[in-house]
Design a binder for this molecule. Structure first.
Ligand SMILES: *Cc1c(COP(=O)(O)O)cnc(C)c1O
Length: 391
């Protein structure tokens, strides 16, 4: 039925396939019977296979079973779901927190619940697809602004602001998932702060998707800490347990009222079974580890510096990357696929990212705390091999 459509994708080099691992996720993985050094995982702190986390998950299964059996609002919620919410609220210094089943579910559930037809959403053009879909599900009008362009935001607000009967919500990734740069959150914070200082009512909300920031920037505390800011009643911090925390699921942290509202109105929360207990126990343990052991975080940033230095010496264009997500912009789909394949022949796994995921084709590197110096140098050497001295 979709033969022709698929053929068209293949002709444009845009057809994707799933590669199945035969090993655990990690700095080295096995695919097709071959061991590869893996530069494609979001397990920034290398916690996925941490023995304490595996133990916590196993013990939780013994205590509470595996599956949750119902949604949180029925009987699916276990005391450790609530404990994770409390710990995360403490970690983010907010009144409360709510768990969602994934980052995708959080954004597609929370954004439409927080905005209605009287409101205006301002969304960065490079925001994650789950934010885009959350905006599509919202009854609010959405205006997409140029990447990180706070001047354009101010312009839109001064032009459209007086016509907005409800609120204005600015929504942004903290760390952009394909470019690895960081949103100008201080400016966004100040814009909202100013709008909210004029009246008693909250006029502007700032919604931050800290999926790649949590555990990575701001001394592991995420984007708000990175900029030295503090929580506000109009600030909504979303993040995931699926990246640096090595587990699965997501959270939204904010005031008690806001979280209570989401419990009652976010459809992806209400109409979906609670996360399995071992997933929650893993996230709890990971949170405990990142609060008490800063060794993985230090290793992550040392590794990142080593890799970036090597890439810059070779003259690669890594755009504005400031984080362990490092794009190598290639511009040409055929060439980027060739590079990815050639790296794989040399034992290194780096996926090529193509349209429609990104406008500019690229290799997307993510470096983690579990990579060794030798593995990073091997990547640099292989890139030199594949590209010649000058790319
Ligand atoms: C990965 C990601 C998500 C989705 O999170 P999942 O838990 O994988 O569903 C949402 N937002 C951003 C910015 C992400 O990078």
């Amino acid at each position: 039925m979709f033969e022709k459509d698929i053929l068209l994708l293949k002709e444009k080099d845009l057809h994707r396939i799933i590669r199945d691992r035969e090993s655990p996720q990690g700095n080295r993985i096995w695919i097709n019977g071959k061991e590869l050094i893996n530069f494609s995982s979001n397990d920034y702190l290398g916690l996925l296979n941490h023995p304490d986390i595996l133990k916590a998950a196993t013990e939780a299964i013994k205590l509470y079973g595996s599956g949750a059996g119902a949604s949180r609002l029925l009987s699916g919620s276990c005391i450790i779901h609530r404990r994770l919410e409390e710990e995360m609220a403490r970690f983010k210094d907010t009144e409360d927190c709510i768990i969602f089943n994934s980052g995708y579910a959080a954004n597609t559930g929370a954004i439409p619940a927080l905005t209605g037809s009287d409101d205006l959403i301002l969304s960065d053009e490079l925001n994650h697809a789950s934010i885009i879909d959350g905006c599509r599900l919202s009854k609010a009008k959405t205006i997409v602004y140029r990447h990180r362009d706070t001047e354009q935001i101010k312009g839109i607000i001064s032009r459209e602001g007086s016509r907005v009967r409800g609120r204005i919500m600015i929504v942004t990734d903290s760390v952009f998932s394909m470019d690895g740069d960081i949103a100008p959150i201080k400016e966004l914070f100040n814009i909202c702060s100013e709008l909210n200082s004029e009246e008693d009512n909250v006029r502007a909300l700032l919604y931050i998707d800290d999926a790649h920031g949590t555990g990575v920037i701001g001394n592991a505390k995420g984007a708000i800490a990175h900029y030295g800011l503090e929580s506000r009643e109009w600030l909504i911090q979303m993040g995931t347990f699926s990246k640096a925390l090595g587990s699965f699921g997501a959270f939204v942290a904010g005031t008690s009222d806001l979280i209570d509202w989401l419990r009652n109105r976010a459809r992806s929360f209400i109409f979906s079974t609670a996360l399995p207990v071992p997933v929650i126990a893993s996230a709890l343990k990971a949170l405990e580890i990142i609060m008490t052991d800063d060794e993985p975080l230090k290793r992550l940033w040392t590794n990142r510096e080593r890799l970036v230095k090597g890439l810059k010496e070779m003259g690669f264009d890594i755009k504005g990357s400031e984080t362990p997500i490092i794009p190598i912009i290639i511009h040409n789909v055929e060439k980027v696929l060739f590079m990815s394949r050639s790296l794989e022949e040399r034992g290194i796994y780096v996926p090529a990212i193509r349209p429609p995921t990104v406008k500019e084709p690229r290799l997307r590197l993510s470096v983690t705390a579990s990579h060794t110096e030798e593995e990073i140098d091997q990547l640099i050497g292989a890139l030199r091999d594949v590209c010649g001295d000058k790319n």
